[in-house]
Design a protein around this ligand. Structure first.
Ligand code: DGL
Length: 277
């Protein structure tokens, strides 16, 4: 009897996610929870992190390069899991890429608008994010009565990458940056950098239980779910189990292990990817 021809099933296309480093794994953790059927290919630009003090032209160039690497992995959507790149490069990505692009600013703004009761919202992020005023614009577009008080916190990323998540030095830096927001009477603070959810417990201790801390991660996962549905890109039921692949542009993995443990993610072997300097 002739053998049935075996049709080789192509593995499903992944959701492509990038960040300047490893902080974007906070978004990946929420994507894994909400969309367990979807495979994810993540690239962290550890060779060129931090983006937070760089110019818009540089951040756009880096973002285009990382998106190109994700498209080479057959990414069906691109999630910009970095507030700095979302604030400064999403528009250029949307104009040039043929797949949907989802940034983290609008989802973070939506979370803040939903959480505030007194209409005073604090936003913390890198210098580039805060100076871009992207959160002010996104919050104003949703509710123009909300007052936004933004504060750059450039020391947070190195402290987090050092793994000092529960540390006296970190607590003093938190107090120094956030006192101004508390004095202004904010009742909600947007953790406007994908690294910051790792400091959530320490920040909450300082601001107290009456201040809501919101981040983009969960709302971004919901935005991705909606986009996949809208473009009919949701993963089909297949015999291929969904997988998470992580690539870094520099193989330093010390912080990756901090994030992996804090977020309960199984990252496994890290793939190398090269970018221009
Ligand atoms: N992950 C980046 C962000 O969300 C912060 C780190 C950096 O400065 O590159 O803004």
């Amino acid at each position: 009897m002739p053998k049935k021809p075996t049709t080789k099933e192509e593995p499903p296309r992944p959701i492509g996610v990038f960040d300047s480093g490893v902080g974007g794994l906070t978004v990946v953790a929420e994507l894994r929870k909400l969309l367990p059927n979807e495979s994810i290919f993540y690239i962290g630009d550890t060779a060129r992190v931090p983006y937070g003090g760089k110019s818009q032209a540089t951040i756009e160039r880096y973002s285009q390069e990382l998106a190109g690497l994700l498209l080479a992995e057959r990414a069906k959507v691109i999630v910009v899991a970095c507030n700095t790149a979302s604030a400064l490069a999403v528009q250029s990505l949307e104009e040039t890429l043929r797949v949907p692009v989802i940034g983290v600013i609008r989802p973070g703004a939506e979370a803040a608008v939903k959480a505030t009761r007194n209409g005073k919202v604090g936003v913390i992020g890198t210098r580039a994010t805060v100076f871009s005023k992207a959160y002010e614009r996104a919050i104003e577009a949703l509710d123009d009565e909300i007052e936004v008080i933004a504060e750059p916190c450039p020391m947070f990323v190195p402290l987090i990458e050092e793994g000092w998540l529960d540390d006296e030095v970190t607590n003093r830096v938190i107090a120094r940056y956030l006192e101004k927001l508390l004095r202004a009477g904010v009742d909600t603070i947007v953790l406007g950098c994908t690294h910051y959810p790792l400091l959530r417990a320490a920040i909450q201790r300082f601001v107290g239980p009456d201040v809501a801390l919101v981040d983009s991660a969960q709302n971004t996962a919901i935005a991705v779910q909606k986009t996949l549905k809208q473009h009919k890109l949701a993963a089909p039921k297949t015999k291929h189990p969904s997988k998470l692949q992580v690539a870094l542009t520099d193989p330093s993995t010390a912080f990756l292990r901090v994030a992996e443990e804090a977020l309960g993610l199984g990252v496994g072997e890290v793939l190398p990817r090269a970018v221009q300097k």
